[in-house]
Write a protein that binds this ligand. Structure first.
Ligand code: APR
Length: 235
Protein backbone atom coordinates (compact mmCIF):
# COMPACT_ATOMS: atom_id res chain seq x y z
CA UNK A 1 0.00 0.00 0.00
CA UNK A 2 1.43 3.41 -0.92
CA UNK A 3 0.47 6.33 1.32
CA UNK A 4 2.43 9.56 0.71
CA UNK A 5 4.84 10.63 3.47
CA UNK A 6 3.34 13.18 5.90
CA UNK A 7 -0.18 11.92 5.06
CA UNK A 8 -2.75 12.27 7.83
CA UNK A 9 -3.66 8.91 9.39
CA UNK A 10 -6.65 8.17 11.63
CA UNK A 11 -6.88 4.75 13.28
CA UNK A 12 -9.99 3.43 15.08
CA UNK A 13 -9.65 0.42 17.36
CA UNK A 14 -12.23 -1.82 19.02
CA UNK A 15 -12.28 -4.70 21.47
CA UNK A 16 -10.78 -7.11 18.94
CA UNK A 17 -7.33 -5.51 19.29
CA UNK A 18 -7.27 -6.43 22.99
CA UNK A 19 -8.67 -9.96 22.57
CA UNK A 20 -5.20 -11.56 22.34
CA UNK A 21 -4.27 -9.72 25.53
CA UNK A 22 -6.96 -11.76 27.26
CA UNK A 23 -9.69 -9.10 27.46
CA UNK A 24 -13.19 -10.14 26.36
CA UNK A 25 -14.84 -8.52 23.37
CA UNK A 26 -18.53 -7.67 23.47
CA UNK A 27 -20.26 -9.54 20.65
CA UNK A 28 -18.15 -12.61 20.02
CA UNK A 29 -19.23 -15.93 21.51
CA UNK A 30 -18.90 -15.67 25.28
CA UNK A 31 -18.43 -11.92 24.99
CA UNK A 32 -19.40 -9.39 27.64
CA UNK A 33 -22.87 -8.87 26.23
CA UNK A 34 -23.53 -12.60 26.38
CA UNK A 35 -22.78 -12.54 30.12
CA UNK A 36 -24.20 -9.16 31.12
CA UNK A 37 -27.28 -7.19 30.10
CA UNK A 38 -26.30 -3.91 28.41
CA UNK A 39 -29.37 -2.25 29.95
CA UNK A 40 -28.13 -3.08 33.44
CA UNK A 41 -24.42 -2.21 33.17
CA UNK A 42 -24.03 0.19 30.24
CA UNK A 43 -26.87 2.72 30.53
CA UNK A 44 -27.53 5.66 32.89
CA UNK A 45 -30.89 4.07 33.73
CA UNK A 46 -29.18 0.83 34.78
CA UNK A 47 -26.76 2.77 36.95
CA UNK A 48 -29.61 4.65 38.60
CA UNK A 49 -31.54 1.40 39.14
CA UNK A 50 -28.67 -0.60 40.66
CA UNK A 51 -25.38 1.30 41.05
CA UNK A 52 -23.62 -1.50 42.95
CA UNK A 53 -24.10 -3.89 40.00
CA UNK A 54 -22.48 -1.31 37.72
CA UNK A 55 -19.60 -0.55 40.10
CA UNK A 56 -18.94 -4.30 40.40
CA UNK A 57 -19.00 -4.78 36.61
CA UNK A 58 -16.39 -2.08 35.98
CA UNK A 59 -14.31 -3.09 39.01
CA UNK A 60 -14.09 -6.60 37.50
CA UNK A 61 -13.09 -5.18 34.09
CA UNK A 62 -10.61 -2.72 35.65
CA UNK A 63 -8.88 -5.53 37.59
CA UNK A 64 -8.64 -7.65 34.41
CA UNK A 65 -7.30 -4.74 32.35
CA UNK A 66 -4.72 -3.92 35.04
CA UNK A 67 -3.33 -7.46 34.74
CA UNK A 68 -3.34 -7.43 30.91
CA UNK A 69 -0.34 -6.64 28.72
CA UNK A 70 -0.36 -5.02 25.30
CA UNK A 71 0.02 -7.47 22.41
CA UNK A 72 1.94 -7.12 19.14
CA UNK A 73 -0.95 -5.17 17.61
CA UNK A 74 -0.82 -2.44 20.27
CA UNK A 75 2.96 -2.38 19.97
CA UNK A 76 2.78 -2.06 16.18
CA UNK A 77 0.47 0.97 16.41
CA UNK A 78 2.84 2.63 18.88
CA UNK A 79 5.69 1.93 16.42
CA UNK A 80 3.67 3.40 13.54
CA UNK A 81 2.82 6.56 15.51
CA UNK A 82 6.47 6.99 16.45
CA UNK A 83 7.74 6.42 12.89
CA UNK A 84 5.09 8.41 11.04
CA UNK A 85 6.10 11.92 9.95
CA UNK A 86 2.55 13.21 9.40
CA UNK A 87 -0.55 13.78 11.58
CA UNK A 88 -1.56 10.59 13.46
CA UNK A 89 -4.60 10.09 15.69
CA UNK A 90 -5.50 6.85 17.44
CA UNK A 91 -9.20 6.80 18.37
CA UNK A 92 -10.17 3.87 20.53
CA UNK A 93 -13.58 2.59 21.58
CA UNK A 94 -11.75 0.56 24.22
CA UNK A 95 -11.63 1.59 27.85
CA UNK A 96 -8.51 -0.41 28.70
CA UNK A 97 -5.12 1.35 28.70
CA UNK A 98 -3.23 -1.16 26.57
CA UNK A 99 -2.45 1.40 23.85
CA UNK A 100 -0.79 3.62 26.47
CA UNK A 101 1.03 0.64 28.01
CA UNK A 102 2.39 -0.09 24.50
CA UNK A 103 3.71 3.47 24.22
CA UNK A 104 1.04 5.16 22.09
CA UNK A 105 0.91 8.86 22.96
CA UNK A 106 -1.97 10.46 21.04
CA UNK A 107 -4.84 8.20 22.17
CA UNK A 108 -8.44 9.43 22.15
CA UNK A 109 -10.73 7.31 24.34
CA UNK A 110 -14.16 8.12 22.87
CA UNK A 111 -15.96 5.74 25.26
CA UNK A 112 -14.03 6.73 28.38
CA UNK A 113 -11.46 4.85 30.47
CA UNK A 114 -11.53 2.23 33.20
CA UNK A 115 -8.69 3.94 35.08
CA UNK A 116 -10.60 7.19 35.43
CA UNK A 117 -13.55 8.30 37.59
CA UNK A 118 -16.14 10.88 36.54
CA UNK A 119 -17.96 13.15 38.97
CA UNK A 120 -21.71 13.12 38.29
CA UNK A 121 -22.00 16.53 39.96
CA UNK A 122 -19.15 18.68 38.66
CA UNK A 123 -18.13 16.66 35.60
CA UNK A 124 -14.46 16.44 36.57
CA UNK A 125 -12.35 13.39 35.64
CA UNK A 126 -9.77 11.91 37.95
CA UNK A 127 -7.29 9.06 37.64
CA UNK A 128 -8.69 5.97 39.38
CA UNK A 129 -6.72 2.70 39.38
CA UNK A 130 -8.27 0.61 42.18
CA UNK A 131 -11.86 -0.47 42.82
CA UNK A 132 -14.41 2.36 42.56
CA UNK A 133 -17.44 1.95 44.80
CA UNK A 134 -20.53 4.01 45.52
CA UNK A 135 -19.97 7.07 47.70
CA UNK A 136 -16.39 7.89 46.72
CA UNK A 137 -15.71 11.61 47.09
CA UNK A 138 -14.78 13.82 44.15
CA UNK A 139 -11.39 15.53 44.63
CA UNK A 140 -12.69 18.66 42.86
CA UNK A 141 -16.09 19.33 44.41
CA UNK A 142 -15.86 17.07 47.50
CA UNK A 143 -19.25 15.51 46.82
CA UNK A 144 -19.75 11.74 47.01
CA UNK A 145 -20.70 11.54 43.33
CA UNK A 146 -17.99 9.56 41.53
CA UNK A 147 -19.06 7.04 38.86
CA UNK A 148 -17.17 4.97 36.30
CA UNK A 149 -15.78 7.29 33.59
CA UNK A 150 -17.41 5.23 30.84
CA UNK A 151 -19.67 6.58 28.09
CA UNK A 152 -22.87 4.55 28.36
CA UNK A 153 -25.48 3.98 25.68
CA UNK A 154 -27.51 7.15 25.29
CA UNK A 155 -24.58 9.36 26.37
CA UNK A 156 -22.42 11.47 24.05
CA UNK A 157 -19.00 10.00 23.24
CA UNK A 158 -16.02 12.19 24.19
CA UNK A 159 -14.17 14.58 21.87
CA UNK A 160 -16.48 14.27 18.88
CA UNK A 161 -15.41 17.70 17.51
CA UNK A 162 -11.78 16.60 17.53
CA UNK A 163 -12.79 13.33 15.87
CA UNK A 164 -14.83 15.05 13.15
CA UNK A 165 -11.92 17.41 12.42
CA UNK A 166 -9.48 14.49 12.15
CA UNK A 167 -11.82 12.53 9.85
CA UNK A 168 -12.23 15.65 7.69
CA UNK A 169 -8.51 15.75 6.99
CA UNK A 170 -7.61 12.06 7.03
CA UNK A 171 -5.88 10.59 3.97
CA UNK A 172 -5.88 7.10 5.45
CA UNK A 173 -8.53 5.66 7.80
CA UNK A 174 -7.79 2.29 9.40
CA UNK A 175 -10.42 0.38 11.42
CA UNK A 176 -9.01 -2.41 13.62
CA UNK A 177 -10.85 -5.07 15.65
CA UNK A 178 -14.31 -3.58 15.69
CA UNK A 179 -17.63 -5.03 14.55
CA UNK A 180 -18.67 -1.60 13.26
CA UNK A 181 -22.09 -1.92 14.88
CA UNK A 182 -22.16 1.01 17.33
CA UNK A 183 -22.51 4.61 16.18
CA UNK A 184 -21.00 7.14 15.89
CA UNK A 185 -17.80 5.04 15.53
CA UNK A 186 -19.48 2.77 12.96
CA UNK A 187 -20.02 5.82 10.73
CA UNK A 188 -16.41 7.05 10.76
CA UNK A 189 -15.45 5.03 7.65
CA UNK A 190 -18.24 6.72 5.66
CA UNK A 191 -17.07 10.18 6.78
CA UNK A 192 -13.44 9.41 5.96
CA UNK A 193 -14.33 7.88 2.58
CA UNK A 194 -16.58 10.85 1.83
CA UNK A 195 -13.60 13.13 2.42
CA UNK A 196 -11.44 11.14 0.01
CA UNK A 197 -9.46 9.03 2.48
CA UNK A 198 -8.16 5.56 1.67
CA UNK A 199 -10.06 3.13 3.93
CA UNK A 200 -8.67 -0.12 5.37
CA UNK A 201 -10.19 -2.69 7.72
CA UNK A 202 -8.03 -5.02 9.82
CA UNK A 203 -10.20 -7.63 11.52
CA UNK A 204 -10.42 -11.29 12.43
CA UNK A 205 -12.93 -11.57 9.61
CA UNK A 206 -13.98 -8.83 7.22
CA UNK A 207 -17.21 -7.18 8.36
CA UNK A 208 -18.20 -6.93 4.68
CA UNK A 209 -18.66 -3.15 4.83
CA UNK A 210 -18.18 -2.12 1.17
CA UNK A 211 -16.81 1.26 2.26
CA UNK A 212 -13.50 -0.41 3.12
CA UNK A 213 -11.24 -0.52 0.06
CA UNK A 214 -8.86 -3.06 1.58
CA UNK A 215 -9.19 -5.64 4.31
CA UNK A 216 -6.46 -7.53 6.16
CA UNK A 217 -7.99 -10.57 7.85
CA UNK A 218 -6.61 -12.49 10.78
CA UNK A 219 -5.86 -12.10 14.49
CA UNK A 220 -4.76 -8.55 15.26
CA UNK A 221 -1.47 -9.58 16.86
CA UNK A 222 -0.44 -10.94 13.45
CA UNK A 223 -2.37 -8.79 10.96
CA UNK A 224 -1.66 -5.36 12.50
CA UNK A 225 2.15 -5.67 12.58
CA UNK A 226 2.03 -6.98 8.99
CA UNK A 227 -0.11 -4.02 7.94
CA UNK A 228 2.17 -1.52 9.70
CA UNK A 229 5.24 -3.05 8.01
CA UNK A 230 3.52 -2.73 4.62
CA UNK A 231 2.60 0.87 5.31
CA UNK A 232 6.07 1.90 6.45
CA UNK A 233 7.74 0.04 3.56
CA UNK A 234 5.44 1.74 1.05
CA UNK A 235 6.26 5.35 2.00
N1 APR B 1 -8.10 -9.95 16.20
C1 APR B 1 -8.79 -9.07 15.43
N2 APR B 1 -10.13 -8.88 15.52
C2 APR B 1 -10.77 -9.62 16.44
C3 APR B 1 -10.13 -10.55 17.28
C4 APR B 1 -8.73 -10.70 17.13
N3 APR B 1 -8.02 -11.55 17.88
N4 APR B 1 -11.06 -11.13 18.07
C5 APR B 1 -12.25 -10.56 17.75
N5 APR B 1 -12.08 -9.67 16.77
C6 APR B 1 -13.08 -8.83 16.12
C7 APR B 1 -14.44 -9.47 15.98
O1 APR B 1 -14.51 -10.21 14.76
C8 APR B 1 -15.36 -8.24 15.95
O2 APR B 1 -15.47 -7.73 14.63
O3 APR B 1 -13.28 -7.71 16.95
C9 APR B 1 -14.62 -7.23 16.82
C10 APR B 1 -15.22 -7.09 18.20
O4 APR B 1 -16.51 -6.54 18.04
P1 APR B 1 -17.34 -6.11 19.35
O5 APR B 1 -17.28 -7.21 20.35
O6 APR B 1 -18.66 -5.63 18.86
O7 APR B 1 -16.49 -4.90 19.97
P2 APR B 1 -16.46 -3.41 19.47
O8 APR B 1 -16.63 -3.34 17.98
O9 APR B 1 -15.24 -2.79 20.05
O10 APR B 1 -17.76 -2.77 20.17
C11 APR B 1 -17.97 -1.40 19.98
O11 APR B 1 -19.83 -1.49 21.50
O12 APR B 1 -20.85 -2.20 23.42
C12 APR B 1 -20.16 -1.15 22.85
O13 APR B 1 -18.95 0.42 24.07
C13 APR B 1 -18.88 -0.87 23.57
O14 APR B 1 -16.89 0.08 22.63
C14 APR B 1 -17.82 -0.97 22.48
C15 APR B 1 -18.62 -0.83 21.20
Amino acid sequence: MHIPPKASIVVLTGAGISAESGLATFRDNGGLWAEHDIRDVATPEGFHRNPDLVFDFYNMRRREAAKASPNAAHNALARLENAWDGPFLLITQNVDNLHEKAGSKNVLHMHGKLNSALCSECGSHQQWDGDLDDGEVCSSCARAALRPDIVWFGEMPYDMERIEAALGGAELFVSIGTSGTVYPAAGFVMEAAGNGARTVEVNLQATGNPLFEDCYEGPAATSVPAFVDTLLAGR
